[in-house]
Design a protein around this ligand. Structure first.
Ligand code: NAD
Length: 353
């Protein structure tokens, strides 16, 4: 039930509002403000129940706390969920986004919003009509624009570092990488890796999209359902979450899993299952932080462009040191990332008066 969800969550605040304009439920989960204001995107989608929407807001906000802490950014984790009966367009969409802006503004900076699934930089310009606590607005409005290119750049830097760790060299020449999902991030990643000489294979449930891309960049496309049958060096999930579990992990035919998709593991124990098979898994939130680094860096911390570029490359160094530490300590990369995040949060709490 809703009550159980709210009671069992270790976050700081759950804010809910029924939208006036559309039949939508807006939920903001503020997981932690230990390191700074809670930052995180706004997801718009349909849910089977209000409880499912709140649960998603909680889960996503919790993940943002770890992501921002591991990046070393002075922000906590939060997330907004707009549970809609269908994705609104036109005036209905605009009204809903303005209401989100009002709700965010009413929290006085506790939570800072940004785009996520089904919301864009253009939508954030609308939100910004009601609040300044928003990032990843359009480039025309002084924002960072679509975060996907920065995410893809960070994923590539981290992927190279992980390849060097696992295979002893970051030379991509002939290295087979299966990219699952060639949307905003996956397509860019596939292009970059192909340019660098990797033997890229792509798949997408939108098989036409995968085929088009494969033809344009001269790589091979496979049916989406065949992703577990394809032997590769690296599997790069850039589509949906929850794909690594008890059923799929025994069937993986790769040595490294590193991709942009959020929440790749169905449960925590899947990190141990991967390790037991000798497969290195790079925690998704360490690898896919490029978009948030750029958005937060440019718009909230006012980094110059060179600093943004440096920080995207730094994802590679972060991944390298994480994987080294995991080996040295005999821990999974997930356990090391969790320790890193909780150490930073505990240190911030300890210095608070
Ligand atoms: P997107 O919607 O642009 O692309 C996703 C692609 O995956 C689509 O082409 C879709 O058809 C395909 N897809 C969906 N389910 C699939 C399946 N089961 N098998 C194969 N293909 C499937 O999304 P995106 O912005 O590229 O993001 C991809 C992933 O990366 C998501 O999990 C997202 O949460 C995560 N992520 C994105 C960003 C960003 O900056 N866009 C940042 C961090 C994390």
């Amino acid at each position: 039930s809703l009550e159980e969800l709210v009671d069992s969550w270790d976050g700081e605040a759950t804010v809910m509002r029924r939208a006036r304009s559309t039949d939508a439920l807006i939920t903001i989960g503020v997981h932690s403000t230990a390191l700074g204001p809670a930052a995180g995107g706004c997801r718009m989608r349909t849910y089977r129940s209000s409880a499912a929407a709140v649960e998603d807001a909680h889960r996503l906000a919790t993940a943002m706390t770890s992501k921002l802490a591991v990046c070393g950014l002075p922000f906590g984790g939060g997330k907004a969920v707009l549970a809609v009966p269908s994705i609104p367009e036109g005036d209905a969409r605009r009204d809903l986004l303005l209401e989100l802006g009002e709700l965010v503004e009413s929290l006085g900076g506790l939570y800072i919003t940004a785009p996520d699934m089904n919301t864009s930089d253009v939508d954030m310009d609308v939100v910004a009509e009601r609040t300044s606590h928003v990032f990843c607005r359009t480039a025309e409005s002084g924002g960072c624009g679509n975060p996907a290119p920065a995410t893809a750049a960070g994923v590539e830097a981290g992927l190279r570092a992980a390849i060097a760790h696992v295979f002893g060299s970051d030379d991509l020449d002939g290295r087979r990488v299966l990219v699952q999902g060639v949307g905003a991030v996956g397509e860019r990643l596939a292009r970059r890796l192909t340019d660098d000489g990797a033997d890229v294979v792509v798949c997408d449930i939108d098989e036409q999209r995968a085929d088009h891309l494969a033809r344009r960049i001269g790589v091979r496309a496979i049916p989406a359902a065949a992703w577990l049958d394809e032997e590769c060096d690296v599997f790069a999930p850039c589509a949906a979450g929850g794909i690594l579990d008890e059923g799929t992990i025994p069937r993986l035919r790769c040595r490294l899993v590193a991709g942009a998709a959020n929440n790749q593991l169905r449960e925590r124990a899947d990190a141990d299952r991967l390790a037991a098979r000798g497969i290195t898994w790079v925690p998704d939130y360490v690898l896919n932080s490029g978009g948030v680094l750029k958005g937060v860096g440019m718009e909230l911390l006012h980094w110059p462009p060179e600093e943004v570029a440096n920080r995207l490359q730094q994802v590679g160094e972060d991944v390298a040191s994480l994987l080294r530490r995991a080996d040295t300590e005999g821990q999974t990369p997930l356990a090391v990332a969790e320790t890193l995040a909780s150490d930073r949060i505990d240190a911030a709490r300890a210095t608070r008066v």
